[in-house]
Design a protein around this ligand. Structure first.
Ligand SMILES: C[S@@+](CC[C@H](N)C(=O)[O-])C[C@H]1O[C@@H](n2cnc3c(N)ncnc32)[C@H](O)[C@@H]1O
Length: 278
């Protein structure tokens, strides 16, 4: 079960945008500069944040295939992308957008990626990408995806995979137990089998190297402060609930920790990874 709400994805989108590693994004853009139209598959696309964050780095003509299993998020992606574009036209399975001189065709694909990667291979993409997705999946899924991506000869770029590091200020005696519970929850089955969690980038890097790819990775931490109060509050309550579910803290201990997080700042570790046929 994943159950991401459009509200949560909207709340995190500005922090994600700030956190993405700009140098690595520029390297990906340089690698893809000659491809036109550029065919891109976005895994677990949610409301389309990855497209909004990276389309302006890429060449003028792009065709994005947004894959997700949640119909409500796909409907919200359509709505938000129309708002984001300078102009938008509905076409058979999606949209044709113009934004800052880019012509961006979008196909929405309702698919359960835990069952099939046909939505990836059928596109013969130049780029397979994802944002805030890979900590949910299993090592076996990553291995299969690396093989599928290599068969297409596509590049691979994923951003904002959790790396298991989190630091809250001010410190609280419950920090260690909460963090341990949260990490245990990250390994829970999210529909793909036991999840790779904060080891996602290490596993991706190994799988792509085995497939003959070169790789480069870079940190993309959330640095959240008073301007992110809404996100910090939701993050704190979600983290605490996960720790209670994992059994490392009791509900009253979690409640105490959440209350102490009002006005707190935090750094939550993420990693971005670029892999290309070597
Ligand atoms: C944390 S959200 C990230 C959404 C988006 N990429 C972003 O950065 O805002 C994870 C996404 O993966 C999707 N997802 C989870 N399991 C999936 C599955 N089995 N098949 C397809 N999509 C899935 C969820 O619906 C959700 O949209």
């Amino acid at each position: 079960m994943t159950g991401f709400s459009a509200d949560w994805l909207s709340l995190r989108e500005p922090a994600d945008l700030r956190a993405r590693n700009a140098d690595l994004g520029a390297r990906v853009a340089g690698h893809l500069a000659g491809e036109t139209p550029l065919r891109i598959v976005d895994l677990g696309a949610g409301t389309g944040a990855n497209l909004r964050a990276s389309a302006l780095l890429f060449p003028q003509d792009q065709h994005w295939h947004l894959l997700d299993h949640a119909p409500d998020l796909i409907a919200e992606a359509r709505r938000q992308l129309v708002q984001w574009a300078d102009s938008a036209r509905t076409v058979a399975d999606g949209l044709e957008l113009v934004r800052d001189g880019r012509r961006i065709t979008v196909s929405f694909v309702l698919t359960d990626l835990s069952r099939s990667l046909a939505g990836v291979s059928s596109v013969v993409p130049h780029l397979v990408t994802a944002s805030a997705f890979f900590d949910l999946v299993s090592p076996l899924f990553i291995d299969a995806l690396a093989r599928e991506t290599a068969a297409a000869g596509a590049a691979f770029f994923t951003v904002l995979s959790c790396d298991g590091r989190d630091f809250w200020t001010p410190a609280h005696p419950g920090d260690g137990a909460i963090a341990a519970g949260f990490r245990a929850d990250q390994a829970r089955d999210k529909g793909f089998g036991p999840a790779v969690g904060h080891a996602a980038t290490d596993h991706l890097e190994r799988a792509f190297r085995l497939a003959g790819y070169a790789t480069d990775r870079a940190a993309s931490p959330w640095k959240l402060g008073p301007q992110d109060a809404g996100l910090v509050a939701m993050l704190a309550s979600g983290t605490a609930a996960a720790a209670v579910a994992s059994g490392t803290v009791t509900a009253p201990e979690a409640q105490d920790w959440v209350q102490a997080r009002a006005g707190a700042t935090c750094e939550i570790g993420h990693c971005d990874l670029f892999a290309w046929p070597g």
